[in-house]
Ligand binder design. Sequence first.
Ligand SMILES: C[S@@+](CC[C@H](N)C(=O)[O-])C[C@H]1O[C@@H](n2cnc3c(N)ncnc32)[C@H](O)[C@@H]1O
Length: 330
Amino acid sequence: MVPHLTFAVLLAFTQSTTAFLNIQGHNFLPTRHVKAHSVSTDGPTVKEQLQSLLAGAPDNALVCPVSLEPLVKTTRFIGGADPQYTCSRFGTIYRPGPVYLDLVPKEAASTPIWERSLQEFVQTDFFRNPLIAFVYERGWRQGFANAGFPGIDKEFQLLQDFWGEDVLKGTLLDMSCGSGLMSRKLAEYGSAARLFAADYSEVMLLETRRRFSDESSLAMPELVRCDVARLPFATDALDGVHAGAALHCWPALEDGLREVCRSLTPGGKFFATTFQKGAYGVPSQVNDKGGPSFRFFERDELEGLLKDAGFTEVSVELTGQGCLIAKCVK
Ligand SMILES: C[S@@+](CC[C@H](N)C(=O)[O-])C[C@H]1O[C@@H](n2cnc3c(N)ncnc32)[C@H](O)[C@@H]1O
């Protein structure tokens, strides 16, 4: 009795699904595929067609950090909406958490902290400390003025002048956003088609989210956790990338710059600020390859690194005692 009942329910479901797919004269399922048991070699099966109907479209900017193939966003409704992003090549699933979408390659994310390189530990993991995220915009960032940083208002003005309206209307990324100072400026300006705020640090992203939530008038950017050296953005997808006070913190700087350049659309613009060697008036002890400290730069050296990364137009200017401002076009 029970198997009969189950079969009847399944049959009714199949028929109603078929009817649904034929509503308003749109024959979504060609008749030859309606039979669930038919084995067809010349087209997709019923299951495949249903799957493709229910699947989301590939994201136009986000890709899997491993395959660089588009991420497909789908939403399951099981006790509430449960969105997930799936790599269209390997099927790897990335689930957004309550704060951000984590697109750090899974094998890198599971490396224990004691197995990370000294550079990663000093330059990146330092910012994963909740205390640093807490103090960052409560005096720490403001202290960069002593090295000649103009301050976020002036930095935004410079960025705006360089990017111009066309870039500001496009898909924008605040890379290594920290507590989200520049992301908030961009959100306040309000012209971006899409605004991403990305960082490796979980707690910096949390701080960004908290600060956005406090300013309820601002639209929340898309928060992404990622490594700049494995950027989860499609080639030619971004119109503008900002990296404020960040290049000296990237352990694989050359890879990071190449990734930023790859992700920008031809003609897309990169605006970055960082420290010149000796920015604080003391000779730099920093090893040129990053070493066990932040990596400060000579002006010409940074210009060379940006050209090597693939940018066609590069200018690096010194402001104040030791703030380098880089403006690059892909
Ligand atoms: C000094 S903060 C800059 C924050 C902000 N952009 C600003 O203008 O003040 C440097 C940021 O770089 C991030 N960072 C370090 N290593 C990174 C990596 N490998 N990938 C992405 N971000 C990284 C840190 O987490 C930190 O938030």
